[in-house]
Write a new protein. Sequence first.
Length: 395
Amino acid sequence: MIRIIFFIILFVSLAFGTRAEDHYWEKGETFLKFLEKNSLPFSLYWGLDIEDKEMAAEIYAGTKYYILRGDEDDIRQILIPVASGELQLHIYKEKDEDYTVQFTPAAYQESEKELVFKLQLSPYQDIIALTNSTLLAREFVNSFQGNIDFKRLREGTEFVLLYKEKTRLGSHFSNPLIKAAMVDTKSKKEYVFYYEPKGRYYNNDGKEIEGFFLMTPLKYTRISSPFTLKRWHPVLQKYRAHYGIDYAAPIGTQVKAAGDGKVTFVGPQNGYGKTVKIAHEGGYSTLYAHLNGFAKSLKNGKYVKKGELIAYVGNTGVSTGPHLHFGLYKSNQPINPASVIKVAKSALSGKEKTEFNKYTEVMKEKIAEAQAKGVIPEMDGSFVYVIDIADNADS
Ligand SMILES: [Zn+2]
């Protein structure tokens, strides 16, 4: 469907006197401001339901979007990728009808890739030099966290990565997934495996790699809405998404930083009401929305500790009742906070371990094959949608 829309924009536009334009979402721009700027009716926003209004708050500065105009310079279609880029906001108009807005899934290619290289500067720098992907470099370093000291690697160390990547029109589309990787120091081979049933990285012994962990940011009554990346709603006949967990709690309940980090945003955000954002290590960031107010000392640029009071539960923005909307992002892509909230790391045992061992044997063979071939994939274009908030926050 969207592929068709793209074709319309790219090709049919030439034939029928229509015109496609690229734009970039401005810093501080809200969906309402965007409608005003383009003389589009505000009803396109007010007509959205609550979940969709939250989604409209998920358009980031720097996002590239497309406007297709007709013969009289009138807007025919607009496509704006939202957060992960899996969904996009599509505004369109048939000839003399009113504008309609809906969320539609985006088209992308998913490909399995291999990367083999010898240490030059550091694995992080080398991966960027070879693939043009900071996302892949970061994911690689994260995946080995605590298992290898990358600063102490010797010349001649060889790396093998098997990964999955989504691209769209030749550009990175979301975080790559490293399925398996090996660091061969010539005296020892160290592995990591992404184990799908657990959704986490493990070493060769089936021990979970210590990654980034969060705490639940408040004492809540119940989860009023779970995380949903993208789901077709058969009754409403449309795509729904919810990029966070909603925790119901009374107004004034203390909200705490889910992890150590640097505050990157304090203030109102369209749809989300009073909002706090915190950048954490490894490209992670968290978002706390619909707040009643902020902790006194909280301001942009402040470093906070895990568990430090940052704000209070409220009902601001588009909200049906007092709750905290808690979002987690990795390189600005929404991920399920439930996968990262954890108490202790675990090791696989028993039947699980047997299954894991079978899986890793297969992956090790694939790694050995890749190493023998020595593949370097074609370079991708730059990442299309995202200005990296976490990176900016570190500098
Ligand atoms: Zn929510």
